[in-house]
Design a protein around this ligand. Structure first.
Ligand SMILES: NC(=O)c1ccc[n+]([C@@H]2O[C@H](COP(=O)([O-])OP(=O)(O)OC[C@H]3O[C@@H](n4cnc5c(N)ncnc54)[C@H](O)[C@@H]3O)[C@@H](O)[C@H]2O)c1
Ligand SMILES: O=P(O)(O)OC[C@H](O)CO
Length: 336
């Protein structure tokens, strides 16, 4: 009997795309990475490395790269999307004609679209016309650098179709990555997007010289406001206590590898937005998504004081000291 060889197309060859490409290849899936630049595709094919991101890690030889979206998507069981959330709509529109009728899309993105307030999976269904049951999200405490080093980690794969979630789970289960399944796409995506804003807040606090009590306060109250928003939008509270909620929040808020936390630290040290942006090479989703998340909070009548003050800091409307005292001087209330 002919065994179907599972194939994944990963768009694009940035930090997390490369890491998930490696995971899937290590799990026995054939992987084609789509790179925008020919020299990156050539280098991956000839040296089995992506030197711009992980110069020291050899990629599996079953992972290849191309700049041709049609070639990458030809016969793909999975289309894995890992690009900045704000560029998703435009980029995906160009790739959509090449997506096969049975391909399952897997979103790795942790951002909310400015203007529409849509989660990445919603942008995907809107742009491609592909039904939600063929769109999965993968999220969790997954700093790419640690995954590339083969350190043990876990993730949540959420899809309304449990069978599709199980197929993605099988396609990325390795000795170092343990994927769980879920049907709570909303909870997973909101957990992933809001934790970036909370990580900015923790980085800011750290940069200002605040210690672990302050940082734990922001993490805990950050989880409270994330859970308020997510449940108001239909998520299950348990998802926010899981890998894609608390798990990712703790990893991102604790790690110097986090771009969001690091960006916050720059601000906390007194850099302007222009200086912090210039010091940042890779995608920092929270900087863009804060505003979109705040709009969602307003639409659902949910209080998100940390997101609100981070957004004001990002717009340079308040100083660091004003931001800290605005949070501490809120009216006292019961812990909920
Ligand atoms: N890096 C991580 O540890 C990590 C972990 C989990 C989730 N994520 C999420 O994955 C997503 C991608 O992040 P990343 O870390 O890979 O970012 P990155 O900056 O390392 O890579 C982004 C990739 O997207 C491509 N790209 C950039 N702008 C584009 C555009 N306008 N159109 C098309 N492609 C474009 C780049 O060429 C690059 O290949 C983000 O939503 C992020 O939150 C990242
Ligand atoms: O580097 P960050 O801040 O985008 O965080 C990376 C991942 O989302 C951690 O799970």
């Amino acid at each position: 009997m002919n065994q179907h060889h599972v194939r994944a197309a990963v768009f694009s060859a940035g930090s997390w795309g490369t890491a998930v490409g490696k995971i899937m290849a290590d799990a026995g899936t054939s992987v084609i990475m789509h790179a925008r630049r020919g020299e990156i595709a050539d280098t991956i094919n000839t040296t089995h490395r992506n030197p711009g991101y992980f110069p020291d890690v050899e990629l599996p030889h079953t992972l290849t790269a191309t700049t041709d979206p049609a070639a990458a998507l030809d016969g793909a069981d999975f289309l894995v999307l890992s690009i900045p959330a704000q560029s998703l709509r435009t980029s995906l529109a160009a790739w959509a004609p090449h997506i096969g009728p049975d391909t399952v899309i897997v979103s790795l993105m942790k951002g909310i679209e400015i203007g529409s307030g849509l989660r990445a999976s919603q942008v995907i269904t809107e742009v491609t016309g592909i039904p939600a049951y063929r769109v999965a999200v993968l999220s969790g405490p997954n700093l790419a650098g640690e995954i590339m080093a083969g350190q043990p980690a876990a993730a949540t794969i959420a899809c309304p179709d449990e069978d599709a979630a199980h197929r993605v789970q099988r396609a990325c289960h390795t000795p170092y990555l343990r994927p769980y399944t879920s049907t709570d796409v909303t909870g997973c995506e909101l957990g992933g997007a809001v934790k970036n804003v909370i990580a900015l807040a923790v980085g800011i606090a750290d940069g200002m010289g605040m210690g672990h009590n302050s940082q734990a306060m922001l993490i805990t109250r950050g989880l409270a406001e994330t859970t308020r928003l997510a449940t108001a939008m239909g998520a299950h509270p348990a998802t926010l206590a899981g890998l894609a909620g608390l798990g990712d929040l703790v990893a991102t808020c604790s790690s110097p590898l986090s771009r969001n936390r690091t960006f916050g630290t720059h601000l906390g040290h007194g850099m302007t937005m222009a200086e912090a942006t210039a010091a940042t090479r890779q995608t920092t989703e929270g900087v863009k998504s804060a505003e979109a998340i705040l709009a969602l909070a307003a639409a659902h009548d949910v209080e998100m004081p940390i997101t609100e003050i981070v957004s004001e800091l990002l717009r340079e409307k308040v100083t660091l000291d004003q931001a800290a005292s605005a949070l501490m001087q809120r009216p006292p209330k019961p812990e909920r």
